[in-house]
Design a protein around this ligand. Structure first.
Ligand SMILES: [Zn+2]
Ligand SMILES: [Zn+2]
Length: 298
């Protein structure tokens, strides 16, 4: 049955599941007044927001280039990830604020089995959905869904920690465990946010292709550029699924435009055949522009 479901459907399913889980966790917080359960609920809120943002971003990023965005819309993915990171950090600060307020006068008089059961049910739903995502992602080689499955699993562990801690608090009467757990959850969320932000800022800053990819590009050019004298000034930049590469190609000054263009087309085709999403721009130069260092095609 899993096989027939598409990635988009699963992404929408993720949002539906996280809304349900969020509702249950808010209910558990409302029944108990526990800051630890509040922190768990805020973590879910961030998940709902993040999943919705990601869905919009993935849809927008794959729109074809148009006159307003002639290089395509790929960077929308980074933008949504940075926005998600900021949301995560705000959630963590809200939790810390709330926890510090009750730290010196913790009160768990409303904490009872009902709130814990409701939160536990939410945790089990998350666990089940995480398994669905992970199994599906493995079968279909989807890194994005594998990542959200793993993220959901880390939320399950957070909930297990919170529930375990609250059960101890309930049994021993150590109410201070409640704000302490909330702060631990907040720190964990904060760590998540920093990872999300730092991995996306690189893309917004036009970072170069991975070193392995750069090597691969050089090898392909070396093989495909015969007829040219030299290739130099290769620059790459990654934009989500797209990879842009530019370089100078030196040919004999006597070569016709048609002949040099043919070499360009050959290199572009060779790059596109081996690297998905690559766009090449080639600047042709006569032989007085040879540089001391460059790729010299055989
Ligand atoms: Zn546009
Ligand atoms: Zn040059």
């Amino acid at each position: 049955m899993l096989k027939s479901v598409s990635a988009e459907r699963l992404a929408i399913g993720s949002i539906a599941v996280s809304l349900l889980v969020l509702g249950l966790k808010l209910l558990a917080w409302w029944v108990t007044g526990s800051v630890a359960l509040y922190s768990d609920a805020l973590e879910s809120l961030v998940n709902v927001g993040g999943a919705a943002l990601a869905l919009v971003a993935v849809w927008y990023a794959q729109l074809p280039a148009d006159s307003g965005h002639p290089y395509g819309h790929h960077k929308a993915e980074y933008f949504s990830a940075v926005a998600e990171g900021i949301m995560i950090v705000v959630a963590a600060l809200l939790i810390v604020h709330q926890a510090l307020e009750v730290l010196w006068a913790p009160d768990l008089s409303d904490l009872g089995p009902l709130g814990l059961l409701v939160n536990g049910a939410a945790m089990l739903i998350n666990l089940g959905w995480a398994r669905v995502l992970i199994v599906w992602a493995r079968r279909h080689h989807s890194p994005a869904l594998a990542a959200s499955g793993r993220h959901l699993m880390s939320d399950v562990w957070t909930s297990v920690g919170v529930l375990g801690g609250l059960i101890v608090a309930l049994l021993t009467g150590w109410a201070v465990l409640d704000p302490v757990l909330a702060i631990i959850v907040a720190l964990n969320i904060l760590r998540e946010g920093v990872v999300v932000i730092s991995s996306s800022v690189g893309g917004l800053m036009d970072s170069a292709a991975e070193p392995g990819e750069q090597k691969q590009i050089e090898t392909i050019i070396h093989k495909a550029a015969n007829g040219a004298l030299q290739i130099h000034d290769i620059r790459t930049r990654r934009a989500g699924q797209a990879l842009f590469v530019e370089f100078h190609m030196v040919v004999s000054g006597a070569m016709t435009v048609a002949a040099s263009h043919e070499i360009c087309d050959r290199i572009e085709a060779a790059l596109q055949a081996e690297i998905s999403g690559i766009h090449a721009t080639i600047h042709v130069e006569p032989d007085n522009k040879l540089e001391p260092v460059g790729i010299n095609p055989s």
